[in-house]
Write a protein that binds this ligand. Structure first.
Ligand code: GUN
Ligand code: ZN
Length: 427
């Protein structure tokens, strides 16, 4: 039986960075018809009720129905070390991240964290995410199994590192290639799961390993490739010393077959003009991780300039360098970073980034990240008055954007009334 879901409906028909708020369509008394995991129709509640009298009705009243959030860059193995105090990137990796990632040698631990992480995403209205695992192949099995059980569309890959990481957290160029290939063969395209080739970043890979992963990507071009790029100035100086012949940080990937349209480059803060031009030319994805960039002290991403130049950009928590699992909090941080860069992002732009933009960055905007007939039915139902502070701030709202912005700036998982995955409510 089809489900008819009633509430305020918000979806996008264009990109608000170029078309303004009219890129969004808002139906105050709207409805979404869901059938067999897909969106079958969207329209005014009365129209769809009359057209589908046999559908089971779920009435969410004044709550907002949106596409579920898409988190384009996370490290699920860092779930337990989120909000670790006092370090910048390289020290943070060595002090907190690598010791925690060592624990994933135990598949039971990996499964427990993967289950916890997926439950946290759904509690925060995030229906899809793209995650790094650890170097351990079983950590990839763990997150794919956890997402598969819940019906989530996710991307994940084995993190590859063959230098500048502790004993026990290093693979080799050959084993990284072999393990990634075996995992890709096992998981890529199974149900809603996609494998992502995952060199952590240039400092923890030898040129041989980058070459091996570049070759694997060339053999499997339907896979995405994710890595980190120009996050902190100290990191960039380290990359320069490790790759003296490279023109810049991006060139360490480019010269090893790791620059392409399906490439996802996390952070991308301190880009040179050449790097920007090459990334734009390739239509590669830049992933903005604002809570991480402030928490680890990395810098301010130039959303206004990069969007105006036509870059493909997604939004992400970067759990656990990022300080929140919430894409609402992440939108708030993107707004604050935008203000510091002199560009106030409109609520339509923020919501678009967390849904359509991230889906576009993952080359999946035809399936997830928006509400349209034929798309997969991943939905978040948002309470726009989830706390007394938010409720009083929206009391005089004159339009959907004034009603939504306090939830963007102050909302947390209390604002997530329900999350639907693959056409079914999960909570
Ligand atoms: N650069 C390389 N690895 C990481 C990581 O785990 N988190 C962040 N924020 N940056 C990285
Ligand atoms: Zn990261």
């Amino acid at each position: 039986m089809a489900d008819l879901i009633l509430g305020q409906v918000l979806r996008f028909v264009a990109d608000p960075f170029f078309d303004g708020p009219k890129a969004a369509e808002h139906i105050r008394q709207g409805a979404v018809l869901v059938d067999q995991g897909r969106i079958a129709a969207i329209g005014p509640a009365e129209t769809l009720k009359a057209a589908h009298p046999g559908a089971g009705v779920t009435d969410y009243g004044a709550h907002l129905i949106s596409a579920g959030f898409v988190d384009a860059h996370v490290h699920y193995p860092q779930t337990a070390i989120i909000a670790s105090w006092g370090k910048r990137l390289i020290d943070w990796l060595n002090s907190y991240t690598f010791p925690e990632e060592m624990r994933f040698a135990d598949p039971a631990y990996a499964s427990a964290v993967a289950d916890r992480y997926c439950d946290l995403t759904l509690a925060h209205g995030t229906t899809s995410f793209c995650s790094y695992a650890t170097i351990h192949p079983a950590s990839v099995d763990a997150i794919f199994t956890a997402a598969q059980t819940r019906g989530q569309r996710i991307w994940a890959g084995k993190t590859c590192m063959d230098r500048n990481a502790p004993e026990g957290l290093r693979d080799t160029a050959q084993s990284a290639y072999d393990d990634s290939k075996a995992l890709l063969t096992r998981w890529h395209g199974v149900d809603r799961l996609s494998y992502v080739i995952t060199p952590r970043f240039s400092p923890t890979s030898t040129p041989d390993q980058l070459n091996a992963l570049g070759a694997l990507w060339a053999e499997h071009p339907s896979c995405l490739m994710q890595t980190h790029l120009s996050e902190q100035t100290d990191e960039i100086a380290w990359v320069k010393s490790l790759y003296p012949a490279a023109r810049d940080y991006l060139d360490t990937y480019e010269s090893h077959g790791l620059l392409g349209k399906g490439g996802l480059y996390g952070h991308a803060i301190w880009l040179t003009d050449r790097e920007k031009a090459r990334l734009r030319e390739m239509d590669a994805s830049l992933i903005h991780c604002p809570t991480s960039n402030t928490f680890i002290g990395s810098g301010l991403f130039d959303m206004g300039g990069l969007k105006a130049a036509g870059h493909r950009i997604g939004l992400a928590t970067d759990t656990g360098g990022g300080s929140s699992f919430s894409m609402l909090r992440t939108m708030a941080a993107a707004y604050e970073v935008g203000q510091l860069k002199g560009r106030a992002l409109h609520p339509a732009e923020l919501w678009w980034l967390a849904t359509v933009g991230s889906a576009q960055s993952l080359h999946a905007a035809d399936r997830i990240g928006n509400l349209a007939p034929g798309m997969e039915a991943d939905l978040v139902i948002v309470d726009l008055a989830s706390t007394p502070a938010i409720e009083q701030a929206t009391a005089r709202a004159k339009d959907i954007w004034q009603a939504l912005f306090p939830t963007i700036m102050m909302g947390d998982e209390r604002a997530i009334h329900a999350t639907w995955v693959n056409g079914k409510p999960t909570r």
